[in-house]
Design a protein around this ligand. Sequence first.
Ligand code: UT7
Length: 315
Amino acid sequence: MIAKIKGTGSYVPENVLDNNALSKMMETNDEWIRERTGIARRHIAQGDDTVSMSTEAGKRALENANVKPEELDLIIVSTVSSNVVLPSTACEVQKNLGAVNATCYDMNAACTGFLFAYNTVQAYFYAGLFKKALIIGAETLSNIVDWTDRGTAILFGDGAGAAVLECVPGEMPPMVTHSDGSMGAALTCASPFATKEKEYVEMNGQDVFRFAVKKVPECIEELLEKGGLDRNKIDYFILHQANSRIVEGIAKRLKVDLSRFPMNLSEYGNTSSATIPILLDELNRQGTLKKGMKLIMAGFGAGLSWGASYLEWDI
Ligand code: UT7
């Protein structure tokens, strides 16, 4: 038995901060941000938070899958920007949705988190432990971004995406996951509970950029090899939305046409673990994804961590 995505949902805050508004807050400009990142605007929480956005995205995914909250036996939320340390965002979502039969916990694998949550559910279902899961990637990064640092503030946004996974007969699809803690210093955020100060995301942008355009194509190649898959038969590559130049670099290294790498980062910026499920939900609701289509999801981020998974669309 394996997991298939049966419904998707997403939620982004109404409040939009575009590049021109940002350039009034710091020494930057619309042209630089668009050229170097592909980002035009991002949505910033005002009244929303990680729990409320997760709940709304989860509710929409359940409706899309036609699954009742009490049918869920597992909820995993991937986040690095929870409202509180305890209880977990997943338990708060359980309460809000009335998913009384679910086991709930959070996962921190930064921007790779949704992908790792997806893989975890695959393994659980394969082992026969759970049958219906809700996985959510949700971030209020605006709370941990240093709004005086133009190297990071221009990149990030807030939002949540979710998917309902159901257990169906089938062979375990290929997946590849990696972590390299020795490179962790490239992207960090200290804990305010340890330092007793307000802490923010700190990043060596060029190190993360180089890592992404090298390691992501390598791990997609590894996935293709592992699954005996032909890259020309993959309909879409659903990549973590960090920077359009990173996506372009990955497509080029893989020698795959960029048209098979959908992007929505101009609208949302980098919402960390929420980028992949928000993009999946948009493509699902637009009708771009059709039953039987072959997809590869790939994520990368702090840790450093990265990975890729193959799936066949089944909605
Ligand atoms: O989920 C993973 C999260 N992280 C990432 O995806 C980050 C990956 N890295 C990147 O996306 C890019 O490295 C950035 C977008 C962060 C930076 O782009 P870059 O092409 O690597 O720029 P840079 O840091 O090499 O800076 C080039 C120039 C510098 O000026 P000088 O020294 O050439 O005069 C910077 O000071 O651009 C300047 N600069 C800016 N100018 C206007 C840096 N940030 C800005 C800015 N606005 N926001």
